[in-house]
Unconditional design. Sequence first.
Length: 385
Amino acid sequence: MKPFLPFALPDIHESEITAVADVLRSGWITTGARTREFEAAFASAVSAPHAVMLNSCTAALHLALEALGLQAGDEVVVPTLTFAATAEVVRYFGATPVLVDVRASDHNLSPEAFERAIGPRTRAVLPVHFAGVPCDMDEIVSIARAKGVHVVDDAAHAFPCSYRGRPVGTLADITCFSFYATKTITTGEGGAAVTANEEWAARMRIMALHGISRDAWKRYTAEGSWYYEIVAPGYKYNLTDIASALGLGQLARAHEMLARRRAIAGVYDRALAPLGVFETLVQPADRGNAHHLYVLKLAPGALRIDRAAFLEELKALGIGASVHFIPLHLHPYYRDTFGYTPDALPVARDVYERCFSLPLYSRMTDDDVARVVEAVVDVVARNRR
Ligand SMILES: *Cc1c(COP(=O)(O)O)cnc(C)c1O
């Protein structure tokens, strides 16, 4: 039998390995010139005036809310169908994530659900661009503006991507990206916060490195000085030049890797939709797709097995798959702290029980893609009702 096909693998070129090795040999391995270069290149890639490179998207979300002045007791609207990071950062402040349902068609936050969740203490909303397709941002931003609510995009899935001709990165007050190992571009661990607001950018930059004012990273360079001032109790969220050297290479290939993922998604669409047992995500025509995830849902009653058994059968055929996500309100912490019942957010609960994600990454060969299709076709054939 062929080796197991993992759900995700990073796509790293020899030239990127060389660039990382060059940093290791250079004598400067932490935040420095390569990171400043990565910031400038990434800011330009998303048409944002400011980019702050950080060691994760989680750090970016945390610093974004800090820069916006989130306080204990405030509320932040968060879709329940997301990763742990999106809501935990709200809890860091002693604020409350108000979990809301998603829509079944694209698993994104609907403007109506957002509007209904707004109360007197709502300070921000965190739209998640699920699987790489942007939320209805014009509507979400206009509701937010009318109610004095800040918009922080969780764009962990959505680089590179655009909405009505504008890049993700220009749609919200602050946009947070992830360069985690499985994401569309990677630095191993890494993330970025981008914004058009100079003050928020400066605050995030300071808080990313101990709350030290004035280019703290330069203090060991020739231009730097030993003197520094701590202006706030900050965090340790800076990205290293080792990671940034990899990031610069990944950034240069982001569209090429996207084209490969798009082609693979097209093969899946053509081969799997005709089986008549899956629902696919619907992509509105006015926006792009970063193709981070390929998500299918089992049509109710179409097969004799459930989603868990389906994934077990795929695994037995050597195919890694995953589930995005277990809704936050079903997890013990959010369930017990805030008293959610499973059916409090019924759409997310339903899609969670039926959805799974197939491998979708640029390193997949045509043979890998064919293996995935063959395995899915085989499991369906053996389990049709
Ligand atoms: C991966 C992910 C994050 C966290 O990214 P890190 O860089 O690992 O902190 C946040 N939100 C969503 C939706 C994600 O998928």
